[in-house]
Design a binder for this molecule. Structure first.
Ligand SMILES: O=C(O)[C@@H](CO)OP(=O)(O)O
Length: 216
């Protein structure tokens, strides 16, 4: 069904390219609040996202409180004449990996594998969050939003991050394999489209991939 015809849809969107996503930019500040804004490429991506979704019946926009997410959400908000609702629960996972580590990707993959393949919810790196920690903050936020919008039509948008969305949406939408983000990483401004069916989230599309193509 087209968004607007059927039950409410929740679209989880990864923010546009930020300074954190460019290896040639120093990542010596903590990832918090305003430390990593969008790059110029990111600004153009956010504008393109807003154009591409101009005719989507967006009713509400929630955003992580990192500036890269807020900027992306704002691009949508300005286009749709909406305000944004701040959701600190949707901020990026504190992975415990130094942001400028040359082994960042490999360490991330290792940790994500322990979480979603080995089901070791307590695994963590240093002072970083465990999968149980992240679930404790993100899942109730989304479940509350599902309740709040259960009788709506149209599209509710949640702007968040690669690791948070990639690893947590599969926990909420049972038709998504837990390791899908390891095989199909979310690039900047990727959209995960879900729909509320019988009180549960059903994923209809993952970054352009239709639900029949998720694999095992
Ligand atoms: O750097 C990244 O690739 C991820 C992981 O922290 O973050 P974000 O989706 O916020 O860019």
């Amino acid at each position: 069904a087209e968004p607007g015809d059927g039950p409410v849809q929740i679209w989880f969107i990864r923010h546009a390219e930020s300074e954190l996503n460019v290896d040639t930019i120093a990542h010596d500040a903590r990832d918090e609040g305003v430390t990593y804004p969008l790059t110029r490429t990111g600004v153009l991506q956010a504008t393109a996202l807003a154009e591409a979704t101009a005719n989507v019946p967006v009713t509400t926009i929630y955003t992580s409180t990192r500036i890269r997410a807020i900027q992306t959400a704002d691009a949508l908000a300005f286009k749709h004449g909406l305000n944004v609702k701040l959701a600190p629960e949707a901020a990026e996972i504190d992975l415990g990996i130094p942001l400028d580590s040359p082994d960042w990707r490999q360490l991330y993959r290792g940790l994500a594998t322990r979480w979603v393949i080995d089901k070791d919810l307590a695994a963590r790196i240093g002072e970083g969050e465990s999968f149980a920690d992240v679930q404790r903050r993100f899942l109730p936020f989304v479940r509350e939003l599902m309740n709040r919008h259960a009788d709506d039509t149209g599209v509710v948008v949640v702007v968040s991050h690669g690791a948070t969305l990639g690893l947590l949406v599969p926990v909420l939408a049972p038709n998504v394999p837990g390791d899908l983000s390891l095989r199909r990483p979310l690039s900047n401004t990727s959209i995960i489209k879900t729909e509320l069916r019988d009180g549960k989230l059903f994923c209809i599309e993952w970054a352009g991939l239709a639900s029949g193509e998720f694999g095992e």
